[in-house]
Design a protein around this ligand. Structure first.
Ligand SMILES: Nc1ncnc2c1ncn2[C@@H]1O[C@H](COP(=O)(O)OP(=O)(O)OP(=O)(O)O)[C@@H](O)[C@H]1O
Ligand SMILES: [Mg+2]
Length: 351
């Protein structure tokens, strides 16, 4: 990867190892910014901010990132160029629109602010599932979009007391049932990967959907959703909102059978989040045959050394990971298994 004028990085060139890569440096030297650059190459946008222009180094006009993604059977050159008001994406030198750019390099991000998936409101957990499932299955993504649209339309019809509510109800049931079914299939895959993946100290991690999925798939979900809506018809008439459906379903994250948001310690919540990140990677690998890259920021904060080491071992067995840490001793101990980069004032040196 080559980066120019991204945050405090003026110019950097890194050749990552296929397994574990550790970026070490004191605070505010540019470690996260370099992960952000990889994320930018993968997604065309930052995982830290919606406002892409803030990535341009102060005083510079254009940010440029270029990287080569390698899979067993192909190499792809990815380029992102950002200037105020413009964003250019290129694949193998050819400029492409965003929707053609995506899908060539997949990353899974772990960072402290992702803890909101564990500790935040239910919406975060639903979103986590729907987004990672969508990255895997285009049909899932389409179902999410279609459902959101019909939800908006049905709410508007409820709000207006419209006569065509029945039409929206039908669409709502159809798409709601499909979304529940997709979510359930994805969760099933994640649970298997969680069971066989990273679980320090023998901890058990699990994802549970409420209501529990029905064995009959979409066919069974339809009548159930109809019944749920029937049961809340009065409330919906009063509040003029859709009160049941996949946008209200619960997603529970459990550590040893207890809800993590309520019961887990800081280290456990982080371990769970990391286990989820790895399970996502594993399912992605099984489905697509190619590995996604794990971007693990401040990996060791609040993880004890045993957990962090086990995690790194687990990650590098399964694919490529870029890990940042501010702790030099810890980084060096890990370095046996991978490649170490020192980051200082926006400059990178392979150690
Ligand atoms: N657009 C920008 N132009 C120049 N510098 C910037 C820009 N945006 C952020 N920075 C600076 O880049 C530096 C590196 O930030 P980064 O988040 O990469 O640090 P870090 O090494 O991950 O630190 P920590 O260990 O604290 O997480 C910070 O000092 C930040 O203020
Ligand atoms: Mg950082």
């Amino acid at each position: 990867m080559e980066v120019r004028d991204l945050r405090n990085v003026k110019e950097a060139s890194l050749e990552f190892a296929p397994g574990l890569n550790v970026l070490v440096g004191r605070n505010a030297q540019g470690k996260t910014s370099l992960l952000e650059a990889v994320g930018l190459l993968a997604r065309g946008r930052s995982f830290r901010t919606e406002d892409t222009e803030t990535l341009i180094r102060r005083g510079a006009g254009v940010l440029r990132a270029r990287g080569t993604a390698t899979a067993p059977d192909r190499r792809t050159c990815l380029e992102v160029e950002i200037a105020p008001g413009t964003r250019r994406l290129r694949v193998d030198g050819r400029e492409v629109p965003p929707r053609e750019y995506h899908g060539r390099l997949e990353v899974v991000v772990y960072s402290t602010d992702r803890l909101r998936v564990v500790r935040g409101p239910m919406r975060e957990r639903r979103q986590f599932l729907d987004r990672s499932g969508s990255a895997l299955w285009p049909a899932y993504r389409q179902t999410v979009r279609d459902f959101e649209r019909v939800l908006g339309q049905r709410n508007a019809a409820l709000e207006a007391g419209a006569r065509d509510l029945d039409t929206w109800n039908e669409r709502f049931v159809e798409l709601g049932a499909r979304l529940r079914d997709r979510r359930a299939s994805y969760v099933e895959r994640l649970r298997v990967a969680l069971r066989h993946g990273f679980h320090p100290e023998g901890e058990r991690y699990d994802v549970v959907l409420v209501p529990a999925p029905l064995a009959g798939g979409v066919e069974a979900e339809r009548p159930r959703l109809v019944a749920e809506m029937e049961g809340r018809r009065r409330d919906e008439g009063r509040t003029r909102r859709s009160l049941v459906g996949p946008h209200r379903d619960e997603v529970l994250l459990l550590v040893d059978g207890e809800e993590a948001g309520v019961a887990a310690s800081s280290g456990q919540a982080r371990s769970l989040l990391l286990a989820l990140a790895l399970a996502t990677l594993e399912v992605y690998r099984q489905e697509t045959g190619s590995a996604a890259v794990a971007l693990l920021d401040d990996l060791d904060s609040e993880l004890d050394e045993a957990r962090a080491t086990e995690l790194c071992r687990e990650v590098s067995r399964r694919g490529q990971a870029l890990v940042t840490t501010a702790h030099a001793g810890w980084a060096r101990r890990l370095a046996d298994g991978g490649r170490l980069f020192e980051v200082e004032a926006g400059e990178v040196r392979a150690a």
